[in-house]
Design a protein around this ligand. Structure first.
Ligand code: B4P
Length: 199
């Protein structure tokens, strides 16, 4: 099974992904975490990505596609994988379709977290105060929101058009409450049941 956790910056992708990983036995693959690790190690990829990420921009599609393709090729073909933060552009989504087709796999579901923008900004500024991530400055946060609307939001339509089940989940509320909704949606998709409440 291949699942995607999708949503704007600060919507809780990474937070919910850890819980989904434990509940459904999926391997969590976060492109944001991979890039931060490359930056921390000072690799050539990290050097290229650091400045782009700190400005709140998206790293180039070909760079991120190569990273994901190499990881997917090294993954046990029977393992369930949860992709977090990828794809972030329609071009990345098309590249993922090609990678998965080569591996005789496909995207089985998308969980999209829905959170109003003022709350997203509050969450990220709160995280900035706690963790001091380079891309959690107010300026970078606003740029990340802009990039999301400009380039990432259309990814959901790509999957809807392809017939992949897309579950939009209300991401407002305590982390455990949001996870209850996420878990119910994934179970519903896995059981092939129609949606009970509106997408
Ligand atoms: P990511 O690491 O994906 O960063 P993010 O969008 O902020 O999500 P994250 O998972 O960290 O945060 P979450 O919403 O869980 O990407 C970082 C950067 O990497 C991108 O801007 C880009 O430059 C680059 N990048 C990554 N993938 C790329 C790709 N495919 N293509 C190009 N570039 C790429 O949580 C946010 C905060 O909210 C946390 O503090 C959390 O504790 C809090 N929170 C979560 N759920 C909450 C809840 N229910 N209530 C209250 N707070 C909550």
């Amino acid at each position: 099974m291949i699942g995607l956790i999708f949503g704007p910056p600060g919507s809780g992708k990474g937070t919910q992904a850890g819980r989904i990983e434990r509940e459904f036995g999926m391997s969590h693959l976060s492109t944001g975490e991979i890039l931060r690790s490359e930056v921390a190690h000072g690799s050539s990829v990290g050097k290229e990505a650091a400045r782009i990420m700190a400005a709140g921009d998206l790293v180039p599609d070909d760079l991120i596609d190569r990273i994901v393709e190499s990881l997917l090729r090294r993954t046990d073909p029977t393992a369930s994988v949860l992709l977090d933060g990828f794809p972030r552009t329609v071009e990345q989504a098309k590249a993922l379709d090609r990678m998965l087709a080569d591996l005789n796999r496909n995207v089985d579901f998308v969980v999209a977290l829905d959170v109003p923008e003022p709350l997203l900004v509050d969450r990220l500024l709160h995280r900035a105060a706690l963790e001091g991530r380079a891309d959690d400055t107010r300026e970078a946060i606003m740029e990340r929101m802009h990039e999301y609307h400009l380039r990432t939001a259309d990814v959901l339509d790509h999957y809807r058009r392809s017939g992949v089940p897309v579950a939009e989940v209300d991401g407002v509320g305590a982390v455990d409450v949001v996870f209850d909704r996420v878990r119910d949606e994934i179970k519903r998709v896995l059981e092939g049941k129609p949606r009970a409440r509106g997408i």
